[in-house]
Design a protein around this ligand. Structure first.
Ligand SMILES: [Zn+2]
Length: 172
């Protein structure tokens, strides 16, 4: 069954009418968030206020909620509070992006339609850490640290990205 937040909405009509729409949605149902393996669940709610300024359709996205993530150090769940308010410009083409003020985030909606889910998903993706981890404390220890050679494994894993970078540079 299609959810209200997944329905594509006509940007022109909403922005000219200065429409405000409330939403509440589970993060695990948003496709680009679901593809992030460390996302376990959570939900956000808030309001999208449409409007116009300087010839652009705008949307102000206000959201609050909680993302449940898997800590990448101890592999246990962690709750990340989400709180964001962002001005988004809804653009018909990429060429318009350089006409948007720096503090406004450009979002491409080339068919003139966007769903609340797409808008919210974009904001939540920007709010998530690249590598979610508990703030360091006694409860958050790498699982392998309990084993005999754990410390060394962790160190090797940490250094690997830099080794690969060095390889890339030397092949250029
Ligand atoms: Zn942890």
């Amino acid at each position: 069954m299609p959810q209200p937040w997944s329905t594509p909405l006509e940007i022109d009509r909403l922005s000219r009418g200065a429409v405000a729409l409330d939403f509440e949605l589970p993060l695990a149902q948003l496709p680009r968030l679901r593809s992030r393996a460390e996302l376990l669940g959570g939900s956000v709610r808030g309001t999208v206020r449409f409007g116009r300024d300087a010839g652009h359709a705008l949307a102000e996205v206000s959201l609050e909620g909680t993302a449940e993530l898997r800590c990448q150090r101890c592999m246990r769940p962690m709750a990340l509070p989400l709180l964001a308010r962002t001005q988004v410009a809804l653009l018909a083409s990429e060429a318009e992006a350089n006409t948007v003020a720096a503090e406004i985030e450009p979002v491409l909606a080339s068919d003139g339609r966007i769903s609340l889910g797409e808008l919210v998903e974009e904001e939540v993706l920007l709010s998530l850490p690249i590598v979610p981890m508990h703030a360091a404390d006694a409860q958050c220890q790498p699982l392998e640290a309990a084993g005999s050679a754990g410390g060394q494994t962790t160190e090797a894993a940490t250094q690997r990205p830099f080794a690969q970078l060095g390889e890339l540079l030397s092949h250029k």
